[in-house]
Design a protein around this ligand. Structure first.
Ligand code: GLU
Length: 442
């Protein structure tokens, strides 16, 4: 007999920007399916007419695409409404559910005909890949309502029908759904579907141990994308929320996660979200991009804002210093890498700020540096050459007094790469021009 094909799913509701917890759930479903040669699909649960919006449906497709978690199939729950109604009717016909005439909850003068499931009232035990065997007594649920009317099935009923029809073998979802599981098992048994295996992932908590929220903590994928996180970094970090490989290794691509990740090694307790750590992961993945790839991503991220001509020259320094694309863009538009623009202006205080010498001494140093650099050949004006030439003088005279004014002269900024890197980036002509200009200001 062939082993059964593994089928997993992620079932987001289109009610707003995507929570990063949803991305993590999708990631684990994706990995689990790929590890077993199975399929993973997205079902958009769009039957709550009041809370859903069409724009969020589009956003869900785009978000999964951006993350690289491309589903094998995708559909919307609303496409199956007729099927839900059909199975509801057959359940009533079989006597496993019944129509119950009741007065309306919010208006007792009106009567409604809800559908209730005949609950056998037993304890349900299910296997959870993370929690092991879980037993829940379902007698308290009573004959719970599964439809507002015979043609208006409720959420749990629709989920069970959809999972059953799609042959979902593993329902892998966040812990907040664990209390739904017994109810859904009762419905699926009444319908005669085979029971899937379950796993309920630990919650993602904010540092104060409250549930990580989009509103309070900005935990949406949109927010992080806008800051310039890249999917590789986010995916890697999200995998570590509740899991680790048991080694020192931390950097994984999606393909490497498929090889190493193991769902039954997920911890049971809540995982604390640490943005600093996610930034670290993002930085590591940014550093792994080729120059071309980095340029492309930054250009796409910048949108209409132009990235400078000289980007190629500073790319490795820029990547070294930026944890996100947002930081990189800020650094070249008005931060520490904006020094290559044509014009720099100097505040005399800044030229002296870290120099610990007065203006006349700083001016003498700049003139000497100018002399030293002028003597170097135009070609091969590298950081090493500039350093070899200037460093002995700086060491003799006191480094801060020489190198601080020199660095500010070249960059015009309080923060920038070191003065020798700046020489190489600017080239000899511009280097001399700027040092002369700064010396004049002093
Ligand atoms: N629609 C549910 C949610 O957005 C998912 C339920 C499930 O995975 O069974 O949280």
């Amino acid at each position: 007999m062939n082993p059964k094909k593994i089928i997993t799913r992620i079932a987001p509701s289109p009610t707003g920007q995507m929570h990063i917890g949803t991305v993590r759930t999708a990631l684990f479903n994706y990995i689990f399916a790929k590890q077993h040669g199975g399929t993973y699909f997205v079902r958009i649960e769009d039957t709550d007419r009041e809370r859903n919006k069409e724009e969020w449906v589009d956003a869900i497709w785009q978000d999964f695409e951006w993350c690289g978690l491309i589903p094998d199939q995708k559909y919307r729950q609303s496409e199956h409404i007729e099927r839900h109604k059909e199975l509801l009717k057959s359940l009533v016909a079989s006597g496993k559910a019944y129509i119950s005439k009741e007065s309306k909850k919010d208006d007792p003068s009106k009567e409604v005909e809800v559908v209730r499931l005949k609950n056998p009232g037993t304890s349900i035990t299910f296997d959870d890949l993370i929690r092991g065997s879980v037993t829940i007594d379902t007698t308290d649920l009573g004959d719970f309502v599964i439809a507002r009317a015979i043609d208006d099935p409720l959420y749990h009923f629709a989920v069970v029908v959809d999972d059953g029809d799609a042959g979902v073998t593993h329902v892998l979802r966040a812990e907040e759904h664990i209390s739904n599981t017994p109810r859904q098992i009762l419905i699926l048994e009444a319908l005669g579907f085979e029971r899937p295996t379950y796993a309920h992932f630990p919650l993602i908590l904010a540092p104060d141990r409250t549930k990580l929220s989009k509103r309070k903590h900005g935990a949406s994928i949109e927010n992080y994308r806008a800051q310039g996180f890249i999917p590789e970094g986010m995916i890697n970090y999200l995998a570590f929320l509740g899991w680790n490989p048991g080694t020192e290794e931390e950097l994984f691509t999606l393909d490497e996660l498929i090889e190493q990740f193991s769902i039954d090694k997920l911890q049971k307790s809540g995982a604390i979200f640490d943005e600093t750590k996610m930034r670290w992961f993002n930085h590591e993945h940014l550093k792994k991009l080729s120059d071309d790839e980095f340029t492309q991503r930054l250009t796409a991220f910048a949108g209409k804002r132009p990235t400078p001509q000289y980007l190629g020259k500073i790319i490795s320094l820029l990547r070294e210093r930026s944890q996100t694309l947002g930081e990189a863009l800020q650094a070249i538009t008005d931060g520490e890498f904006a020094f290559m623009e044509d014009e720099v202006t100097y505040a005399p205080e800044l030229l002296l700020q870290g120099a610990k010498v007065d203006a006349s001494v700083a001016k003498q140093h700049l003139q000497k540096v100018l002399e030293i650099l002028e003597a170097l050949p135009h070609e091969n004006f590298t950081a090493e050459r500039a350093k070899e030439a200037v460093f002995p003088y700086a060491t003799e005279q006191g480094r801060s007094g020489v190198l601080w004014p020199m660095r500010v002269a070249l960059s015009g900024k309080e923060k920038s790469p070191d003065p020798f890197a700046l020489c190489a980036l600017l080239g000899k002509e511009k280097t001399l021009e700027r040092i002369a200009q700064a010396s004049h200001v002093l």
